[in-house]
Structures are given as C-alpha cells and as structure tokens.
Design a protein around this ligand. Sequence first.
Ligand code: ZN
Length: 147
Amino acid sequence: MGDLGELYQEVILDHNRRPRNFRRMESPSHEAEGYNPLCGDRVTVFLQVDGDRICDAAFEGAGCAISKASASLMTDCLKGCTLGEATDLFARFHRMVTTSTDQEVEDLGKLSVLSGVREYPARVKCASLAWHTLMAALDRETSVSTE
Ligand code: ZN
C-alpha cells in the first residue's frame, strides 16, 4: 500500500471532515434510518426520486470516519442514477468490501477508496451501513440494522 494507502486515507478523512450532501432533506420521496450497533454509527438517508431516477440524495447522522465518508461518497454517486443502477452499485460495492484481500476487486472509481476496509472486518459494516440504509429506503423500509 505505502503512499497509495495514505492517499486513500486522505480522501476518507476529507469526506469525514467535509461530508458532501450532509443535510436533512425536506419532503424526500424515500427515507430510512440505519444503525450499526457494533460501532454505534447512525445514518439517515434521504432520496428524491423522480420517475425511475434519483435526482437528489442526502444524509444525516453521526458515526465514525469510515461510515460518514462512505455515506458522503455514496450520495455523490447516486445523483442521476436510475433505481436499477443504484441497486447494481450496491451489489458491486458490497462485493468490493467483502471480497478477501488476496482477490482482485472491481475498480469503482472514487468508491474504491473504501476497498481498504477489507483488511478490517469490523469496519466493513461501517462502510456498508449507508448502502444498506439506501436499499431499505428504496424498499420502503423505515429502518435497518447491520446486526
Ligand atoms: Zn463505524
């Protein structure tokens, strides 16, 4: 890893310090709360879906740097996605963070900064919390827990 590891860490720290789309959305079309009891991370995901397309995504919550950076990166990626693309992205992200470290993983652009959590199994739930919450929101579930 070396320098690459530090670069990845820098992106995560930046998103933790200045999370993108970190706001409560007034009258979202979809909304769900997620909780990761293992770490204490809480996130609420808000979506504005128009037809088949996510036109806006935002989140609120409190948690560790990984959970916050993941929600920040996720909401950035979701804007403009169709619901099918969002579900597909969830599956690819989930595969990326749960594939063993001796295996190659797909490059998911800026989301790839989180592939490093594979080395820290306890952190995988932090990284995937926002994504599970996204799926709950799309399924019209109001809350989800990683346990
Ligand atoms: Zn966490």
